[in-house]
Design a protein around this ligand. Sequence first.
Ligand code: G3I
Length: 445
Amino acid sequence: MRSSLRAGVAALVAAVGLATGTAHAADTPLRDLGAAKGKVVGTAVTGSRLTGTYGDITGTQFSAVTPGNAMKWGSVEPARGSFDWTEADQIVAFAQAHHQQVRGHTLVWHSQNPSWLTNGSWTSAQLSDLLHDHIDTEVGRYKGEIAAWDVVNEPFNEDGTYRSTLWYDGLGSGYIASALTWAHAADPDAKLYINDYNVEGVNAKSTALYNLVKSLKQQGVPIDGVGLQAHLILGQVPATLQQNIQRFAGLGVDVAITELDVRMQLPADSTKLARQAADFRSVVAACAAVTRCVNVTVWGFTDDDSWVPSAFPGYGAATPYDENYQPKPAYHAIAEALGGGTTTPPPTGACTAAYSVSSQWNTGFTGQVTISCSGASLSSWKANWTFGAGQQVTQAWNAACTQSGAAVTCTNASYNGSVPDGGSVTFGFNGSWSGSNPVPTVTLG
Ligand code: G3I
């Protein structure tokens, strides 16, 4: 019954997708760029919006969807024993029609629970049964249809202690292992994750998560991955993001960036959007650099469908498309970090220089410049640019850099002056910034 209904919805969704066309970004879709690098590229979605342009972009650009709210306990069982799977089913059907994964979100959380649950007074045994039944019912319903579940969401405080919640207070920290074990029993093929925010860099909270995952692995509890939500603030991508991803990978689990957005104070302007692009680029590049980082998911792809403005008044513009569904610089930065993008090939017989920010934190950043030659060659080089917002080079490698005011000149080291036809040379530097960090244009001289 449920599957024939779902097939009908899927067919309808597919027909709408075909009828509306897909002309939004001329470049290779993010999902294809991600696939070439072994990465799933996802977005959180609202089921009721999956038609027209919103559905079109969701279907063409992304290889996974996460229900932003539709699979939370409060959504699926608003009254005890009375279930509403409408939106969750619709999203699963859409994903199947578009050959996308579904990331299930989320089974055990302190928020968005039904009031009958939170207002009830339960013994530990009752709470345990309620949670077991919930997981059994929801994971069982979608058995074979969900690639990965955010089983436990946000279990930690900022200092790395366990958050006091209905679950922790009633069941102790063992609720986490129980939830994972029950989810595994209900769908042995789904990848099971613990998901949290402010665990992107190496800090007390991410270290608590690391220690938990390590101990769960040692106990043989089914845990496949950690989700780093990555609700970030403009210019504040943690410098230790890649290192942190790598340390989780070292435990033998996958890592997913599950809820990426980068909020800014409104109104947005071109300087802030350029900095946002650099932030998205560095997050995606950090994931791309670690094999076990398997998924980058944005928490809404359009500024028209983002939780930020209502949660942080005065802030917004946090996603890669504007509210009119136009791709922003952040969209192109994601594409470039996945190996695609809009970089035009150099004209025949030329050497060109490309500047990028590979990571950025609150006061500093790491940049790199690649000099490439095609149909021409160099025996020495000098790269020049002018910083637009007071940035300062503090240290360089593979080049000697001097800065006078905003003007920077970098000359080759003794060993890398030669750039052959068809070859390239890269040098790097650390810099400081404040306010904004726009990307300058580099000329060769
Ligand atoms: O559905 C009701 C609607 O009927 C009512 O008119 C409206 C009035 O405010 O509220 C609607 O519910 C809202 C719901 O989103 C659906 O839009 C809730 O008020 C609102 O609180 C809820 O916010 C969600 C938030 O989780 C709750 O904490 C966001 O959409 C959702 O994006 C957000 O997602 C979380 C992740 O699950 C976990 N990580 C953090 C992330 C951001 O908070």
